[in-house]
Design a protein around this ligand. Structure first.
Ligand SMILES: *Cc1c(COP(=O)(O)O)cnc(C)c1O
Length: 361
């Protein structure tokens, strides 16, 4: 080594994203490939957001509004909280990293479900803290087992609701009890990246807990239902005292001006959000019916993706689907060697996926 880097950094493995479409073109010469790997919006971005970006383009020589004033105001009004309860991030990933930085010291523990979104573990380890992983139970977050593991070193708990990669929910009564039982000083992060797609009326919402003065942080993103993954814009909703602490480490211009303007426009474009959610619901039902007909097992999802039990080596199925121009995610590295996760696409894309899946199985 030419420079000295701490062990807790050298032992990190970089996050592996879903395969980009361009790479498939390069590697396999396929140019009509479809990407159902990263839970993106199949309808694209909201046209209103694109127009907002074009308008801001002419002002790019200026620094962004460091406080994200307009967006924080718009979000606060919509959610019924104060702007001081909101911290904007360069994607919600950015908030996860900031949270770990301000709350975790070497030796501290953060409790998370296994499997779950890999960013939690990465952010925790980068602070020389210890991720304590609690296995899912029947594909759902096991709140009881998580609570049982909370100890004096616990600072943070991550719950992903709906859960990625299974699409399951924790129920409101179960989460109410969990929050009431958490010792003072432990911060609960409720990652709601897919909350817009939930159909179950029994779903808890982070905002309700924040309004009730619980030590809860809700994470939301514009990357999924709002179709703005490429812009990198997400936010956390939290007690004002925690927001003030996060602002101490937040880089001053972490959210660029295009993202701020596009997010404000996307928030106002309710029609686009409704269309997106409706499409995902219709297509989820189509996938369920088709998979049922084929006798293929899957987990019912409250998000815009489905965990499908392919019964065989998922890495191999993933490879074979790639060759047919369909990018999904193998769940092998997530501890499900017999599962793939597929994002709900446009109807034609889902039809093509099913056709290819039938073939490779
Ligand atoms: C996609 C996703 C996010 C969103 O990440 P961004 O950084 O906002 O793009 C957050 N959490 C989970 C579980 C996700 O799947």
């Amino acid at each position: 080594m030419k420079v000295s880097v701490p062990d807790h950094i050298m032992s990190l493995k970089p996050y592996v994203p879903g395969k980009p479409l361009e790479e498939l073109k390069r590697q396999y010469g396929i140019d009509d490939a479809i990407k159902l790997a990263s839970n993106e919006n199949p309808l694209g971005p909201s046209p209103a957001a694109v127009r907002a970006i074009e308008a801001v383009g002419r002002k790019l020589h200026r620094y962004p509004n460091g406080a994200g004033y307009d967006l924080a105001e718009a979000l606060a009004a919509r959610l019924g909280v104060q702007p001081g309860n909101i911290v904007l991030g360069n994607g919600s990933d950015d908030i996860i990293v900031m949270l770990a930085r301000v709350l975790l010291q070497p030796g501290d523990e953060a409790i998370l479900p296994r499997p779950s979104f890999l960013m939690y573990e990465l952010a925790v380890r980068a602070c020389a803290a210890t991720p304590v992983e609690i296995p899912l139970k029947s594909y759902a977050v096991d709140l009881e087992a998580m609570l049982a593991r909370v100890g004096p070193a616990t600072r943070l708990v991550f719950v992903n609701n709906p859960h990625n990669p299974t699409g399951t929910l924790v129920s409101r009564p179960a989460l109410d009890n969990f929050i009431d039982a958490l010792p003072t000083g432990v911060v609960l992060v409720l990652d709601e990246a897919y909350i817009e797609f939930v159909r179950d009326a029994n779903c808890p919402h982070s905002i309700d807990y924040v309004k009730a003065d619980k030590i809860v942080i809700g994470l939301r993103t514009f990357s999924k239902a709002y179709g703005l993954a490429g812009l990198r814009i997400g936010y956390g909703v939290m007690p004002a005292f925690l927001a003030e602490i996060l602002h101490r480490v937040r880089p001053p211009f972490n959210v660029n001006s295009l993202a701020q303007a596009a997010a404000v426009a996307a928030l106002e474009d309710e029609r686009f959000l409704e269309d997106t959610v409706q499409l995902v619901h219709n297509e989820l039902d189509f996938l369920y019916t088709t998979l049922d007909g084929l006798g293929i097992d899957y987990v019912k999802s409250q998000a815009n993706f489905v965990l499908i039990r392919v019964g065989k080596n998922a890495d191999e199925i993933f490879e074979n689907l790639l060759r047919q121009g369909i990018i999904v995610r193998s769940m092998n590295s997530y501890g499900y060697p017999d599962c793939i996760r597929v994002t709900v696409g446009l109807h034609d894309e889902n039809v093509r996926f099913i056709k290819a899946l039938k073939q490779v199985l």
